[in-house]
Design a binder for this molecule. Structure first.
Ligand code: B12
Ligand code: SF4
Length: 567
């Protein structure tokens, strides 16, 4: 195995998930990951590519995928066998605050001389508290750490104090913690994310280790990929830790940085050489202005990508733009998240459009030839009662009646209201009651036996019990509605009904055991809880685009691709 200068590790959400009995709840039903959140941040591949260009040997190990794919995989043994002067661990999503810290402790136990770096949005938010854990040497803050990481590598390998490395919080030899300014917040992203997809393939080949680089457990069956259009956001959804306000206040970004349309189209082209799976273009392409959107669509049209493209809207769009999407991205899918059927709840979330506008957009998108429109609703929102959640499900029925090829989804805001979101920072103002705030409290909450105890919030309109029970009731109702409309098969709907009912039973059983104090009984229900956790939610299955022709490019093509680039 080639020696590394840096090994980047992605931890499972909960380190010892295979041993614990935890009912995770419907927290990952609408993303490709399992409730272990095995997907790593795209930024890890960008860091690897940028440092690769600077001459460093970087390796990536998705521990979470390896643990999920092989029940006998011994993560600690693998970590012990690794050899590198620097290890990096992402703590981007708050959900990893258990796994990331446990992995940090294992790394330091076996490699006390190596330096340990954490990064990602959640580590940036909690950087001060992270130094309470003696294993952590450095935290690289902010949304753009490629260049700061290069400077840090130079300091570590040359044994220099990183006094001038931007965005860095660090512990010196005497244990004193320093905070360098968060000053590297680039407006342009032209020198990062250049050929990171091709580069990742080259690393797979170099390390002869596909499973460490897989983005999520089932990726080989369903090779969906994503292309980022920006860092930051123009919107202010009150529950979002990546809103304009969150970026300004917590990550020192005054306005989003957009990738050029050419860079986005280049990614689509690179991905097309690796797989013909769907590609999700993340972020509303109108954020930098309509001109950008039209230019990007033009380039995508010229690309004639075979991959099905998924586009996202933050709000309803004019017919002309939707037509252009249909013309340049034939068979595209569109995603939009109105959150609630009730415009007042939607407004309280920071989104100010009407149902009429939403429905016009759905109709125009379908008329433009889109393959499908996915509509996402949520529960646990400001001004939303349990009754309002059920009314949202009724509205889903209305959409199913009125439109073809339109698929509504609903999921609870769980388990965490995002740190840095407007609602997390001003809970009273938005009607939230935070149950806890610190990193350590979140860490402990993650290993509670059910998601009801993990939730970090309640609202003025719903207690924790109501949030949980209304979530299951809404999912059961929507499942029956979809079966009634024939939009999912009878078998799929019966399976989902059984899965959700078993989840509710387990929720009550966990409450009983917790109340009785007979914790040894958790082991008896573990197989059933694991079945609920790991069997595929019907929403996840529905989100998958038709798979008949999906495939990875042959390995031989990947080899030549990898050899075509020299890093
Ligand atoms: C794109 C996106 C996604 C994509 C992820 C694609 C991917 N593989 O990265 C998808 C749609 C899959 C997704 C899913 C989820 N997301 Co999301 N997502 C976003 C979004 C819109 C952009 C994030 C982004 O990539 N920014 C670009 C930069 C910031 O990140 P990056 O390039 O990956 O990494 C850079 C830095 O973060 C840092 N870094 C990252 N890792 C590391 C590691 C080290 C060692 C170092 C030094 C640095 C470092 O350096 C990198 C390079 O400069 C944000 C909202 C926003 N506007 O930011 C939400 C956001 C990040 N997601 C969020 C959440 C909650 C989730 C989910 C948990 C939701 C859910 N329950 O399903 C899941 C988790 C998925 C999983 N791990 O399995 C929250 C996180 C809040 C928090 N602090 O925890 C955000 C802020 C807002 C939101 N609610 O959507 N998400
Ligand atoms: S949820 Fe709202 S604020 Fe957050 S990234 Fe999406 S559009 Fe931006």
């Amino acid at each position: 195995m080639p020696r590394s200068d840096l090994i980047l590790l992605h931890a499972p959400s909960i380190y010892d998930f295979r041993a614990k009995t935890i009912l995770y709840g419907p927290i990952s039903d609408l993303i490709p990951s399992s409730p272990i959140f095995e997907l790593y941040p795209i930024g890890l591949t960008s860091i690897a590519e940028y440092l690769g260009r600077a001459g460093y040997r970087v390796r990536l190990v998705n521990l979470a995928v390896r643990m999920l794919r092989n029940p006998n995989f011994d993560a600690e043994k693998l970590i012990k066998s690794l050899n590198s002067p620097v290890f990096g661990i992402d703590l981007h999503w708050m959900l990893h605050c258990h796994g990331a810290i446990e992995v940090a402790q294992i790394v330091k136990r076996h490699h006390p001389e190596s330096k340990l770096v954490l990064g990602g949005l959640s580590s940036s938010y909690y950087h001060r508290e992270l130094f309470n854990y003696p294993e952590i040497d450095y935290v690289l803050r902010g949304d753009s750490t490629e260049e700061p990481f290069r400077q840090l590598m130079e300091c570590i390998l040359n044994k220099k104090e990183p006094i001038s490395v931007p965005n860095l919080s660090w512990r010196d030899e005497d244990g004193k913690v320093h905070e360098n300014p968060l000053s590297h917040v680039p407006d342009e992203l032209n020198d990062v994310m250049l050929h990171y997809y091709d580069h990742t393939v080259s690393l797979v080949v170099k390390h002869r280790d596909l499973s460490s680089y897989l983005p999520f457990k089932d990726w080989l069956r369903y090779p969906i990929t994503a292309v980022l259009t920006c860092r930051g956001c123009t919107q202010n959804c009150v529950i979002c830790g990546g809103s304009a306000a969150a970026f300004r206040n917590a990550y020192n970004r005054g306005h989003p940085a957009f990738r050029s349309p050419e860079a986005v189209a280049r990614d689509v082209k690179s991905i097309g050489r690796i797989t013909n799976g769907p590609i999700f273009i993340l972020g509303d392409i109108r954020q930098p202005g309509e001109e950008y959107a039209y230019h990007l669509l033009e380039l995508l049209g010229q690309e004639r990508a075979k991959n099905q493209l998924i586009l996202e809207l933050f709000s309803p769009a004019p017919r002309e733009l939707l037509r252009k999407m249909g013309e340049t991205c034939p068979g595209f899918c569109l995603e939009i998240s109105p959150e609630s059927h009730d415009p007042e709840v939607r407004r309280a979330c920071g989104k100010g459009y009407s149902n009429e506008d939403l429905e016009h957009t759905i109709a125009d998108t379908l008329a433009a030839g889109s393959h499908r429109v996915d509509i996402f609703f949520m529960s646990g929102l400001p001004k939303q009662t349990a009754k309002s959640v059920m009314d949202t499900v009724d509205y889903c029925g209305f959409l199913l009646d009125r439109f073809e090829r339109t698929v509504p989804f609903i999921a609870p805001l769980s388990p965490f209201l995002d740190p840095a979101s407007l609602a997390f920072e001003n809970p009273e103002r938005y009607g939230y009651r935070l149950r806890f705030r610190t990193l350590e409290e979140h860490r402990r909450a993650l290993v509670k036996p059910s998601w009801k105890y993990t939730l970090n919030y309640e609202t003025q309109w719903m207690t924790r019990n109501q949030i949980v029970s209304s979530a299951y009731e809404a999912l059961l109702r929507l499942n029956r509605l979809k079966a009634g409309h024939g939009s999912i098969s009878k078998e799929m709907s019966e399976f989902e009904e059984r899965r959700l009912n078993t989840a509710v039973q387990m929720l009550h059983r966990i409450d009983e055991i917790a109340l009785s104090g007979r914790e040894e009984e958790f082991a008896q229900i573990k197989p059933t809880v694991d079945w609920v956790n790991m069997s595929m939610a019907s929403g996840k299955r529905e989100l998958e685009l038709p798979t008949t022709s999906l495939k990875l490019r042959p390995l031989s093509a990947l080899w030549s691709l990898a050899r075509g680039r020299s890093y």
